[in-house]
Design a protein. Sequence first.
Length: 275
Amino acid sequence: MATTQKAAAPAKKSGFQGVKAAWIILAICCAAGYGVWYFVMGNPDNFVGGDRAGHPANLLGTVYKGGFVVGLILTLLFTVICLGIERFFAIKSASGKINLAKFTAQVKDLIKAQKFAEADALCDKMQGSVANVVKASISMYQSVEGDTTLKKAAKIAKIQQAHEEATQLEMPTLQMNMPMVATIVSLGTLTALFGTVLGMIGSFQALSAGGGADSMALSAGISEALVNTASGILTSWVATVVYNFFSNKIDKLTYALDEIGFTIAATYDSNHNEA
């Protein structure tokens, strides 16, 4: 009588898995961003005569003149920095304790030699997402090997299915919060443009007031436009670097998983002659 084989579950995850409630990070960074803008940059000491409405006495005062949009841009900047730190520790934990290239080479050699006990022990030493997927695939390999009710093609398919299912269980940990970082890449530039437009509106209003130019209002509008442009571009720059850096890390892990999964299926195919 045929029995239904279930895909082996991956090993229990250990280590830092990332922050699932990213909105908490965003809320804290929002408070920090506007706090820095108002209390640090808006400190009366940063203005001539101690008046926020007056001329800036230094760079901090000039940045404060960028208006409330500066606080929003600082929120985005702080958020992407925090998410970058969060992704660093999460992906570092998922990558395991052994160099990925070294582990991939060693586990492939052990699998080709059908030394599954040693491969399993190496996975226990490695830990992380790649090791979890390999353990699930090896478990399914050993499970179908003793099943006389399935044909060879079906067994290979089940090994591949177990590998894919285990991979899908690990991917959310790797990709968590990356969409938010990708969003900030665009939001930084768009927020900079929004702040620039507000600053230019203020400048034109100063030019048109009373038929002449109010130099203080004009300079304030130009400062607002330039500060928002610069800070928004900086935010997008940082977000782009963070996103591409960790996307590359995730791609390397995914490639290693695919490489090992192919090796396991190919090993079964080459070492079994049944139909």
